[in-house]
Design a protein around this ligand. Structure first.
Ligand code: SR1
Ligand code: MG
Length: 401
């Protein structure tokens, strides 16, 4: 089974049996392909007698969401498994354990997190995750700091950058986030009801100029090893645990892109509450929770990042008085700008989010889409002038009134 081919459910069982120390020989294993993402196969293999289970994630040589007409490198499976191992060394409690990576089959064998749920689903059900902001703020601070020139040997960092050259997946982001939503591209997908707003975005040159700046940062600012796709569908949660999965888009890019992704997805759910909250009072209460979480993510990130800088910074010159604040303020502005881009693409572009797309009532869905676009555009246009993260909260609050 060593030559690359997409596994069947039965072959996934046979493969799982070959991994030492997991299943007893002769165990009655069951296999289900459960991948609901855009790119890969995901097999859940379990032994109902012992309760042991694992996940086999296999990259396909094309984008599953579009088909074989969109080829994609299988190297993303290596990138994902290596990124998971780096993240696991820095934040062992916040990522799944990797048991094995098989380069020939572009396959990663990892811990099953079925006792958690995908955070996007939890937020649609209007659940509350009290530990999430602290966990993800720490994940962001540690993974970004210790893979940057601030926290690791600067020559080793250059070699690590080479290890994470990820052109196919970066191109998806460059096109689907930073280009296509701003023009009449074939890949776009949006409801006819909001065509007026979408056409206004296509002709908004002030907006395009800011997106061009942010895209340039994504292309050129090799600041830290990013997760690269840190939305709430890439995060498993319980009330007490957070696990980040799916770093196949990992590459060296601007830190604010990862922080902004988390914030954007909280705001997409904030907009989606047009359709999920039963009444105005509970909508406003859940939205307060989402905004407080967004603020806590930033505040935790900033505090942890500054303390890592003070305690574990690797060079003298970066400790020069004032430099840390200049750096962190720029991160805050980047975070706001990238959050805006991540919101707009999920309403107009190829890949949407269920927080908005699955709202059953058409009028509520349209309100949610328009609200998301208003917030996204305002964040993009304002990001370079922001002096405090609170301005993001004020923008979301203003448009939701
Ligand atoms: C063709 S892939 C579309 C999207 O799915 C992934 O989760 C990324 O967000 C990507 O942009
Ligand atoms: Mg993914």
């Amino acid at each position: 089974m060593t030559q690359y081919h997409p596994l069947t459910e039965q072959e996934a069982i046979e493969y799982a049996r070959t991994i030492p120390g997991l299943f007893k020989s002769g165990a009655a294993l069951s296999s289900r392909e459960i991948g609901d993402g855009n790119l890969n196969l995901v097999f859940h293999i379990s032994d109902s007698e012992t309760g042991t289970s694992i996940i086999l994630k296999q990259a396909l040589p094309y984008a599953k969401v579009v088909g074989e007409s969109w080829p994609l490198s299988l190297d993303r499976a290596r990138i994902e498994s290596e990124a998971l191992q780096i993240e696991g060394a820095l934040c062992p409690d916040l990522v799944p354990r990797v048991y094995k990576y098989d380069a020939d089959l572009a396959l990663t064998v990892m811990e099953d997190l079925s006792d958690h749920i995908i955070m996007r689903k939890g937020l649609i059900e209007r659940r509350v995750y009290p530990e999430f902001a602290g966990h993800i703020g720490r994940f962001l601070a540690h993974t970004l700091f210790f893979t940057s020139d601030l926290g690791m040997n600067q020559q080793d960092k250059k070699l690590r950058l080479a290890q994470f050259i990820n052109p196919d997946l970066c191109k998806i982001t460059e096109d689907l986030i930073f280009n296509h939503p701003y023009t009449d591209a074939d890949t776009n997908s949006f409801d006819a009801a909001i065509r007026d707003e979408v056409e206004a975005i296509w002709s908004d040159s002030e907006l395009h100029l800011e997106v061009a700046r942010l895209r340039h940062g994504f292309l050129t600012h090799a600041q830290a090893l990013l997760h690269g796709d840190l939305h709430t569908g890439s995060i498993f949660v319980t009330e007490t645990s957070t696990k980040v999965i799916d770093p196949e888009f990992a590459y060296y890019g601007p830190m604010g892109f990862d922080i902004g992704a988390v914030i954007a997805n909280l705001l997409l759910n904030f907009a989606g509450q047009e359709g999920w909250s039963p009444d105005a009072e509970s909508r406003s209460k859940y939205r307060e929770y989402l905004l407080q979480t967004a603020k806590d993510v930033w505040t935790t990130f900033e505090a942890e990042f500054r303390s890592l800088w003070n305690d574990s910074g690797i060079d003298r010159i970066s400790r020069t008085e004032g430099f840390q604040s200049i750096y962190v303020e720029q991160l805050m502005r980047d975070t706001i700008g990238y959050a805006g881009c991540k919101i707009v693409r999920r309403v107009i572009g190829l890949a949407h989010v269920s927080d908005i797309d699955t709202i059953p009532d058409a009028a509520s869905k349209e309100r949610a889409q328009r609200l998301a676009l208003s917030i996204g555009k305002a964040l993009i246009k304002h990001h370079r002038n922001a002096v405090s993260f609170d301005e993001l909260i004020e923008i979301a609050t203003k448009f939701a009134r």
